[in-house]
Write a protein that binds this ligand. Structure first.
Ligand code: KIV
Length: 276
């Protein structure tokens, strides 16, 4: 994927390199991206990992949740991301019902992510109950990232977006889930929407890196949804989101100037026109 890199450009990150970052005490910075230009920007900014998340259902496609996202949606967007040839590890998120039917379906769809979209790894939501599925995908030589806690594909079961692992029993269950994913061969595990002390404990017990989102500062890395970072998602901002830019404002203002200039006839001028 990276054979066109020029001298001085970053070396391609692999799943095993990401795994080693924990031992080296190096924090892992991850961002979501869903298309060619933003994948390039995230990569140029030095992100270690680009997740083509099924969050695209909400922030790009405008659904209320991620449950309607399909493999076709994911392959379409993951392909656009890998066309940017990022040095960052590209992880394709397995959407709802792309792996729940069983191990064969899961391996087939993980394989499609690699063969049709060119991703470097896949992610799937769920703990112990999907450990065997993870094992089978890893067995097909496809690196897998786990994901436990407030897993958005389980909102019907959870009754909404509720922080997980608050009671000691739930925290123990999360620990068990995370450990079973590590044992199944995951190279890292996303911890989403859980109390920071629970995330800290899981991080201490796992040998593979944890990537937090709404899981406090003691994880081995962090992931945020790009549209949240940039102020591009108008509907909802969870407590854990930090906005690093108000890109929505910048874009709206640029569009408004363009519309005004077209309406008043000041764009295009001859400077923007072809001669004979
Ligand atoms: O879909 C997504 O973007 C994710 C991250 C929020 C972890 O799963």
């Amino acid at each position: 994927m990276n054979d066109e890199k020029k001298p001085g450009e970053r070396k391609k990150l692999t799943a095993s390199a990401v795994r080693k970052m924990k031992k080296a005490g190096e924090k892992i910075a991850a961002l979501t991206a869903y298309d060619f230009p933003t994948a390039r920007l995230a990569d140029e900014a030095g992100a270690d990992l680009i997740l083509v998340g099924d969050s695209l259902g909400m922030v790009v496609l405008g659904y209320d949740n991620t449950l309607r996202v399909t493999m076709a949606d994911m392959l379409h967007h993951a392909s656009a991301v890998t066309r940017a040839r990022p040095a960052a590890l590209v992880v394709g998120d397995m959407p709802f019902m792309s792996f729940q039917e069983g191990k064969h379906q899961a391996v087939r769809n993980a394989g499609r992510f690699v063969q049709e979209a060119g991703v470097d790894a896949v992610k799937l939501e769920g703990g112990k109950k999907h450990a065997e599925t993870v094992e089978r995908i890893v067995g097909a030589s496809i690196p897998v990232m786990g994901h436990v806690g407030l897993t958005p594909q389980s909102i019907l079961e959870f009754g909404g977006y509720r922080v997980q692992g608050k009671s000691p029993e739930d925290a123990d269950r999360l620990m068990e889930d995370a450990k079973s994913l590590e044992e199944a061969g995951c190279f890292s595990v996303v911890l989403e929407g859980i109390p920071w002390r629970v995330a800290q404990k899981i991080t201490q017990e796992l040998t593979v890196p944890t990537i937090g989102i709404g899981a406090g500062p003691r994880c081995d890395g962090q992931v945020l949804v790009m549209h949240d970072v940039l102020g591009l998602y108008p509907r909802y901002a969870p407590k854990f989101v930090k906005r690093y830019a108000e890109a929505g404002e910048v874009i709206r203002e640029a569009f408004a100037r363009y519309v005004k200039e077209v309406k008043e006839g000041t764009f295009p001028t001859l400077d923007y026109s072809y001669g004979e």
